[in-house]
Design a protein around this ligand. Structure first.
Ligand code: ZN
Length: 241
C-alpha cells in the first residue's frame, strides 16, 4: 500500500493541485490529509472540495476548527485571525459541514494520523522540540504517527537507545523504532524552501519519502492580494516562511 500524506494546504489551490498531480504520477493508493485545509490563502472552497474528492481519510486542523468557531483563535497572529474571518465569510455551507465532520485523529494499518500532536490533539501543540517529541510518544500505541501543524518536515524517533530526531528526504523504517513524521506543508512551507511538501509511505518497502515540488507561487500570491487578505501572507509564500 502506498499512502500519499499531505497537510496544511491553507487554501492554496495552486500548491494543492501540483501535489495531487505528483501523487497521481507516484501511483499512490490512498490519499490522507492531516488538516488545515483552510486559512491564509484565497481558495478555501476549492481546496475543501478537492480534498474531499481525493482523500480517503482526513483529520481536522486548528485553522479548520478556528473557521468553524470550534477552537479559539485568540492565540492566532493578527494576519491569521484576519484570514479566519475572511474565510468564515466566503466558505460555503456544505464545505463548512465537511470540515465540521472531521475527527481529530484517524488510524489505519497500525498508523496514527493527527494534525498537531498525539499528546493532546485538541491543544494544538507544536512538535518541534525533543522534549515535546518524548512527551508525544507515550500518548499513542502505534509504531508510526504522521503529523503536520508546524509546516516543518521533521522526524522524531523512539528506539532501544532512547529518543532522537532527524531531517531526511527518505529513509526506511527500522522494525525496532517508533516514529513521528511531520509531513511538511502543501500551501505554506516554513523551512525557507517555498516548494510544496508532502510525504509518501510505502507499507511494503517500509520507505518514507518527503517530497518537494515547485508550484505556481505567483498566481497564489496574486489571488491573496486581490482577495484583500494581508499582503504579508502572499510575500511569505515566496520565502518559504
Ligand atoms: Zn497549518
Amino acid at each position: 500500500m502506498r499512502y500519499g500524506i499531505f497537510s496544511d494546504i491553507h487554501s492554496n489551490l495552486e500548491a494543492l493541485e501540483r501535489v495531487i498531480e505528483e501523487l497521481e504520477t507516484q501511483k499512490v493508493d490512498s490519499y490522507i490529509c492531516l488538516g488545515d485545509i483552510v486559512g491564509y490563502g484565497a481558495n478555501p472552497n476549492e481546496c475543501v472540495e478537492r480534498v474531499q474528492g481525493v482523500a480517503e481519510l482526513c483529520v481536522a486542523g486548528n485553522h479548520d476548527y478556528g473557521v468553524l468557531g470550534k477552537t479559539t483563535v485568540d492565540n492566532f497572529s493578527g494576519r491569521a485571525k484576519e484570514a479566519v474571518l475572511w474565510t468564515q465569510k466566503i466558505l460555503k455551507k456544505k464545505n463548512r459541514e465537511f470540515l465540521n465532520g472531521l475527527p481529530l485523529t484517524q488510524k489505519r494499518d497500525g498508523t496514527l494520523f493527527v494534525h498537531a500532536s498525539p499528546r493532546d490533539p485538541e491543544s494544538w501543540i507544536y512538535l518541534i522540540t525533543m522534549s515535546e517529541g518524548m512527551l508525544a510518544f507515550v500518548r499513542f500505541q502505534e509504531k508510526i504517527c504522521f503529523v503536520g501543524h508546524s509546516h516543518y518536515p521533521l522526524i522524531f524517533t523512539q528506539g532501544k537507545k532512547g529518543f532522537g530526531y532527524f531531517q531526511k528526504e527518505s529513509f526506511v523504517l527500522n522494525p525496532e523504532t517508533r516514529y513521528i513524521v511531520n509531513v511538511g506543508s502543501v500551501g505554506q512551507p516554513r523551512d525557507q524552501d517555498p516548494r510544496a511538501a508532502f510525504t509518501l509511505y510505502d507499507t511494503e518497502t517500509q520507505e518514507v519519502q518527503i517530497i518537494r515540488v515547485p508550484y505556481d507561487v505567483e498566481t497564489a500570491q496574486t489571488k491573496i492580494r486581490k482577495a484583500g487578505l494581508p499582503p504579508s501572507l502572499a510575500d511569505r509564500l515566496a520565502a518559504g516562511e
